[in-house]
Design a protein around this ligand. Sequence first.
Ligand SMILES: Nc1ncnc2c1ncn2[C@@H]1O[C@H](COP(=O)(O)OP(=O)(O)OP(=O)(O)O)[C@@H](O)[C@H]1O
Ligand SMILES: O=C(O)[C@H](O)COP(=O)(O)O
Length: 395
Amino acid sequence: MAKKSIADVDVAGKTVLMRVDFNVPLDDAGKVTDARRVEMALPSIKSVIDRGGRVILMSHLGRPEPGADNSKYSLKPAAEALAGLLSKPVAFATDTVGSDAVAKAGALTDGDVLVLENLRFEKGEKKGDAEFAGKLAALADIYCNDAFGTCHRTDASMVAVPEAMGDKPKVVGYLVDKEIKYLTDAIKSPQRPFVAILGGAKVSDKIMVIKNLLGICDKVLIGGAMAYTFSLAEGGKVGGSLVEKDKVDLAKELIAAGGDKLVLPVDTHCGDDFKSSCNKVVVKAGEIPDGFEGLDIGPETAKMYAELVKNAKTVVWNGPMGVFEMPPFDEGTKAVAQAIADSDSISIIGGGDSAAAVAQLGFADQVSHVSTGGGASLAMLEGQKFAAVELLDEK
Ligand SMILES: Nc1ncnc2c1ncn2[C@@H]1O[C@H](COP(=O)(O)OP(=O)(O)OP(=O)(O)O)[C@@H](O)[C@H]1O
Ligand SMILES: O=C(O)[C@H](O)COP(=O)(O)O
């Protein structure tokens, strides 16, 4: 059954406590360097203020230690970015449930927006503490979850706060609604061929995703450092590549279970140092010489993956094909991004790095959906259900 949405509730004169994911990157001067997560929350925020409601926004940023000097994790820069995007003042409380938050929440008038300080400054947030949650819930009449990037977490603001709202409405925001719809449709009724591309640093992060996708997809293409653990499992030579030796048996199981659905690189672009300026060589997969490490898929693999993507009707991509931050080891990632942009498939990009690669290359408009969630989109691809969404009101 569908969840009740922010559009379904009367918000005029009411205060909406909205959990957003403003976990955005900041530069050394404390300025937001990529405001996409703030921009993606605008439809829900505007929907409330345009209808005469008041909004209290709460989020985490980074992984601060409660009680430590956490000034670099303040949400103030995100509140400023939001004010710019809304072209109106946005109030900021220097705490979450303390006197400043309570006073500023009480002073809101219709159409106003208040951002609370980082929820993770309070130890109750990660602990899912009921007392902390009760104080947050007391600030508002309606709870809205529009924090897709955090939906796989059970932090207080995601679960204990809506629970503490009692009979008050608990609804989903536009972003969470849209993200869940895209990812659910892709998994439940994909147009075929359905190709998944998984890369990034560690196999251990993506084992469950690979397992689940092997049961759903027509092909699962592996890239990134993950590929070398699979190469080891096949008895290949991996030189100094990043591998997880304790995952080799698991990689063997996945290779056996995957059959020809699981596609591994056929060649590797290697370097003799973790630097752009290193000596480089392209070798067949499993033949990486000592003194070299695999830093990207090779050109033959890039061509093969691009061809498979070109013929796909649904593509899901999570994780770069190589060290894309360090040219020329961005070539494999670029080739995959280009192939996705050129294909007329339904394409879903998840994971901060893949989304950044697509944006950097200017392809963001050519893919169907760029998820704001890294861990959350992976959790969906694993087939997980989110407690933070399950407990919201049904339509
Ligand atoms: N061959 C390689 N050797 C070393 N590092 C690699 C290699 N290939 C990719 N990486 C690194 O993996 C990192 C991305 O891995 P990660 O698993 O975090 O990807 P992601 O799922 O896109 O990111 P996130 O989960 O943070 O949104 C990048 O920093 C990239 O440089
Ligand atoms: O960036 C993310 O994936 C989300 O904001 C969740 O952050 P977390 O992994 O620190 O819970």
